[in-house]
Design a protein around this ligand. Structure first.
Ligand SMILES: Cc1cc2nc3c(=O)[nH]c(=O)nc-3n(C[C@H](O)[C@H](O)[C@H](O)COP(=O)(O)O)c2cc1C
Length: 434
């Protein structure tokens, strides 16, 4: 059986599934139940300093985007950090950690960008016996207007400075949680590294307005007729997060930095994808808010079954496996040629592939009088749109042509040799391949 235990920054947990800092980790009652359900670790809902109390809205905090089957694809929230007293949280963290010593307990913190504020809170967190801290430099609403959260995460110099304070006043691992509301994610990651961070975690939520109520002309969720942007998360954000994770994992300045992957993890497969792109573990929020704590059991059995099937005996063996295959566009093999193929037995004759290809792409699908759809190889550029719009999974596939075959579209023989834009004859500035 595959071993799912992970050792992230020296913090051991029985599996790579941690709960992200959010309502599911807001209190002892929740976290105990999460651990009982099998979660490997938690990042406690963000604690603030003992300044002015945190006051949340008393109207709807969440908005959602649904698929056609009303499955929740994206969640938007305008919630702040914890509104429970600091000492209550610290007492609970201490008790839970003592009772679950084999689980990872990370405390998320967000206090003003002043050295004294960090100097005050860190010894109190240290005293709980928690395994590490996560710096919330990502919250995009409310707290950022007070100069915290994303307001820090968007300025690499601040990230570096605060991280350095934390390394000075706290002697366990420091994870810096990054905001995706930035142009180049490698910059804040590199700043965290310069400040001495042990790891980065990403992503926090993405600035969003999920919808506008066209009767009241107010963005949703609407509080007494007015709305404000919130933070977007859930399955819809996973592709954005995966790309950002891979950028950090392969950037020369940040390569090797430990990463905790967050954003839309709903199944074991999502987790395996994050891990393959260099994450030592994953954190989950929306999926657990949608389906409850027990989904971790599916994640555990799914990941372990897949690892057994593939012959991986430890999570460590999967970490970063896909990274060598993430490259820049200019290094893609331009001699590779594929063509779409429609499986007539599976086709339900809906014609969506035809409409998409005929109206918007390459006119590479023919429709007969009896609605049989066939690919015209001489026109097909293998763009994949037909596969993407087809409602029947695997009905349309992309088939690679073999070297020596003639591509009916270009009339050229498919080459065995690897070719990319750097060396391609059509590139006027072609240089020798690296
Ligand atoms: C209601 C809600 C509250 C959140 N509160 C926090 C928070 O206090 N601190 C924090 O770092 N992230 C917070 N997050 C962000 C999550 O930790 C996580 O980064 C994000 O939701 C992406 O993961 P997901 O797609 O699995 O939800 C919150 C998210 C939600 C939905």
């Amino acid at each position: 059986m595959a071993d799912l235990t992970t050792n992230f920054l020296g913090i051991k947990s029985p599996n790579p599934f941690w709960l992200a800092s959010a309502p599911p980790t807001d209190k002892e009652y929740n976290v105990r139940r999460a651990f009982d359900a099998g979660w490997g670790g938690v990042v406690w809902k963000t604690l603030g300093s003992e300044g002015p109390p945190v006051v949340n809205v008393n109207g709807p905090r969440y908005g959602a985007i649904y698929g056609a089957d009303r499955r929740l694809l994206g969640l938007n929230n305008i919630e702040l950090i914890t509104d429970r007293p600091l000492q209550t949280n610290l007492d609970e963290i201490k008790r839970v950690k003592a009772d679950y010593p084999d689980r990872a307990m990370i405390v998320s913190i967000m206090v003003p960008c002043e050295e004294q504020a960090w100097k005050d809170i860190l010894p109190r967190v240290q005293e709980t016996g928690a395994d590490g801290i996560e710096l919330n430099f990502g919250c995009p609403h409310g707290m950022s207007e007070r100069g915290m959260g994303a307001a820090v995460g968007q300025v690499p110099e601040y990230i570096e400075m605060v991280t350095r304070w934390c390394k000075q006043y706290y002697d366990k691992p420091v994870i810096v949680k990054l905001t995706p509301n930035i142009t180049d994610i490698r910059q804040p990651a590199a700043a965290a590294m310069r400040g001495g961070a042990d790891a980065v975690s990403l992503i926090n939520t993405i600035n969003s307005i999920t919808s506008v109520n066209l009767d009241t002309m107010s963005p949703e969720p609407s509080i007494d007729g007015k709305g404000s942007h919130g933070g977007y998360c859930g399955p819809a954000v996973k592709p954005i997060a995966l790309s950002m994770v891979s950028e950090i994992a392969r950037h020369p300045e940040t390569r090797g930095l430990a990463i905790s992957g967050i954003g839309g993890v709903t199944t074991w497969r999502d987790a395996a994808e994050y891990i393959s792109l260099g994450c030592g573990n994953v954190q989950v929020c929306t999926a657990v808010m949608t389906y409850g704590f027990k989904i971790v059991q599916e994640m555990i059995s799914g990941l372990s079954g897949w690892m057994d099937e593939k012959g991986y005996t430890s999570v460590e063996q999967v970490v970063g496996r896909a990274i060598p295959n993430v490259t820049d566009w200019k290094y893609l093999n331009l001699n590779y040629v594929a063509k779409a193929k429609i499986n007539q037995d599976d086709c339900i004759k809906c014609g969506r592939c035809y409409a998409a290809c005929e109206d918007t792409s390459h006119q590479a699908i023919a429709m007969s009088a009896d609605r049989t759809f066939t690919v015209i190889d001489a026109e097909c550029v293998a763009c994949n749109l037909c596969v993407d719009v087809c409602p029947v999974e695997n009905c349309i596939t992309m088939e690679a042509m073999q070297p020596g075959q003639v591509d009916p579209r270009t009339g050229k023989v498919v080459q065995k040799e690897y070719a990319n834009w750097t060396t391609h004859p059509n590139n006027p500035g072609a240089v020798a391949a690296e």
